[in-house]
Design a protein around this ligand. Structure first.
Ligand SMILES: NC(=O)c1ccc[n+]([C@@H]2O[C@H](COP(=O)([O-])OP(=O)(O)OC[C@H]3O[C@@H](n4cnc5c(N)ncnc54)[C@H](O)[C@@H]3O)[C@@H](O)[C@H]2O)c1
Ligand SMILES: CC1=C(/C=C/C(C)=C/C=C/C(C)=C/C=C/C=C(C)/C=C/C=C(C)/C=C/C=C(\C)C=O)C(C)(C)CCC1
Length: 540
């Protein structure tokens, strides 16, 4: 709710001090990036104990600054204390504890699957290497969760990190800097600013960029990354459909859909953008929305401390314009107050999917509803608007939900629910809603390079030497044992080989090839046994 340019000195509300946001001077940015790059090249973050210490420090910094986090979210978004405690502070603390508990397991080399017998002696394994010096660009709506969430994984994976919080929530941005300053400053830096500062960051070379925000800025980030071939994780928005069958429970539909639009005043990327409801259920769904609104906010949302405000005037005006341009009928809510950046949870019955309320992402407390004649009509409309949204909300019986899932694509799906996403499940978009997933174990995986490693022992040389020239006479051997036999015919049908040939051929192929493979296996076993007998301490 503050303008990023007009920021006062330390402010005190209810006795809580908050730091002032100061943009990083543009000239300082390359130097600060090179500090973190240098720290990576010095292998500071390779040590797993070092990473754990940093994560534990982060845990205690978030805990110690808890009151300030609540205050910053109040000032930036009028976020209810309950929502800050659960979706910002609690969410991050849980993610850190989960990560620190699991890290020793996650970092272990993995045995490589699907390895042919002869290569097993090269000890094939997958190592989880850090990517290097990485950039995290955060969004405004859950300023702490969506900025520090990806940072937890990046630290756990052994990267050095530069963090750019959203300037749209200046109190939170400034506080995040204080929090990160508790960690090793050579490895973790916060750069503050808006477009010029972000552009300056994007001209640097990164080993990965993790961006959360709008698709338009996502495109800018991708373009900037391309010259350096930098991988980019994009966590974008979406025009998420809710598809409601006539067999759904209208009370549950209304309560769960309303929750998605009152949590953070609907500034929630996983909540539904619009509802497509089968005609017979329409009027009862609308009635249930009115009842649920009364239950959630007996005295209306405006006077309640349990309802956020819209982040800025620009977003407020964008939302107002959406409502002003609708051809639909407001059946619940509809009030707003620009001075307070308040928009009431508003249900609008629309006549077309092209209505201003459906065709763009609202990212606010709007609930447009369009009635449809069938689930298939709903599926066609939803796929036509944005075929790859971030989330999907099918409501109905098991068969109907399955049918909807099989006919659509989306980053995730909350069946018979609003914006629910379990924190340890991988989370991310597909197509227009982004790519790459994080959270829980995925937060570690998204920040590592899975490096395949083999070590060829010298005693394997007689076998490995089949690859060296001269090649004469070697091709037939390769064809006999090196080629897998297909278990399908030319029309794509699967062939069944039966048990006896399967046993005779050691898993498939011709009897001759199987016999040859068996001889090689027996020979290798014999060599290993002989070696083990001769050198009792030898480990193979
Ligand atoms: N998938 C997710 O996890 C997720 C989460 C939250 C928000 N979102 C999406 O983000 C959008 C709203 O968030 P927002 O308003 O913070 O997004 P935004 O794209 O406006 O801003 C995100 C970040 O990009 C920076 N930025 C803005 N313009 C830029 C430019 N021209 N060049 C370089 N950097 C620039 C901002 O400083 C900010 O840090 C919605 O579309 C929402 O759906 C997605
Ligand atoms: C059950 C018992 C009790 C009561 C327990 C209670 C009341 C527990 C309440 C838990 C709640 C409300 C947890 C809420 C968690 C919310 C979370 C994690 C929100 C996350 C939001 C996210 C991830 C948003 C993301 C947004 C994105 C990505 C985009 O914009 C007792 C204690 C009474 C007794 C014992 C039993």
């Amino acid at each position: 709710m503050q303008n990023a340019i007009k920021i006062s000195d330390f402010q005190t509300t209810m006795g809580v001090n908050l730091p002032e946001l100061q943009f990083t001077p543009l000239d300082d940015i390359p130097k600060r990036v090179s500090i973190t790059r240098q720290a990576f090249l010095e292998h500071k973050t390779r040590d797993v104990e070092f990473r754990l210490i940093q994560l534990r420090k982060l845990y205690w910094a978030i805990k110690d600054y808890g009151e300030q986090i609540v205050e910053a979210c109040t000032q930036d978004l009028n976020k209810p204390v309950f929502e800050t405690e659960t979706a910002e502070i609690g969410y991050l603390l849980n993610e850190i504890v989960f990560t620190t508990r699991s890290l020793h397991t996650w970092v272990k080399d993995e045995r490589a699957p699907d390895i042919e017998f002869m290569f097993k002696f090269t000890s094939p394994r997958i190592r989880k290497d850090p990517l290097g010096c990485v950039l995290v660009i955060g969004a405004f709506n859950f300023p702490f969760q969506l900025t520090l969430g990806p940072v937890i994984g990046a630290i756990a994976a052994g990267n050095t990190v530069v963090i750019k919080p959203s300037e749209a929530t200046p109190r939170s941005a400034a506080l995040m800097q204080k929090i990160i300053e508790r960690l090793d400053p050579s490895c973790y830096q916060v750069i503050q600013g808006a477009i010029p500062e972000t552009q300056a960051l994007l001209t640097e070379r990164w080993d990965q960029i993790f961006f959360t925000g709008s698709a338009n800025v996502g495109r800018i980030v991708s373009k900037a990354a391309a010259p350096h071939l930098t991988p980019v994780i994009l966590e974008l928005g979406g025009i998420n459909p809710a598809i409601v069958s006539k067999n759904a429970n209208p009370r549950l539909v209304a309560r769960r859909m309303l929750w998605g639009k009152v949590f953070n005043a609907g500034q929630l990327c996983t909540s539904q953008n619009y509802l497509l409801v089968e005609k017979p259920l329409l009027s009862s769904v609308v009635d249930e929305f009115k009842k649920a609104y009364k239950e959630f906010y007996p005295n209306g949302a405006k006077g309640s401390t349990d309802f956020s405000r819209i982040v800025s005037k620009d977003h407020f005006q964008r939302l107002r314009s959406m409502l002003e341009h609708t051809h639909g009928k407001i059946v619940m809510g509809g009030t707003m107050d620009e001075d307070e950046l308040f928009i009431e949870p508003t249900v609008v019955q629309v006549n077309s999917i092209d209505d201003s309320m459906c065709s763009q992402e609202s990212f606010g407390p709007f609930i447009p509803i369009l009635s449809v004649d069938s689930l298939d009509e709903a599926i066609e409309l939803a796929n036509g608007l944005m075929s790859t949204p971030l989330n999907l909300h099918p409501f109905g019986n098991k068969a109907e939900v399955e049918h909807i899932l099989r006919s659509t694509r989306s980053g995730g799906a909350s069946c018979n629910d609003g914006a629910l996403h379990i924190p340890t499940l991988p989370f991310g978009g597909v197509g227009e809603s982004g790519h790459g997933a994080y959270r829980g174990r995925a937060s570690f995986d998204v920040w590592v390079h899975r490096r395949p490693i083999t070590s060829s022992p010298s005693w394997l040389e007689p076998i490995l030497s089949v690859r060296y020239p001269p090649y004469a006479g070697k091709l037939s051997g390769y064809r006999a044992i090196g080629l897998l036999k297909p278990d399908f015919d030319r029309s794509g049908r699967k062939l069944s080989i039966g048990w006896i040939p399967f046993i005779l051929t050691l898993g498939g192929g011709s009897v001759k090839a199987g016999a040859f493979r068996g001889t090689v296996v027996a020979l290798l076993c014999f060599i290993c046994q002989a070696l083990a007998r001769r050198y009792p301490g030898l480990r193979i």
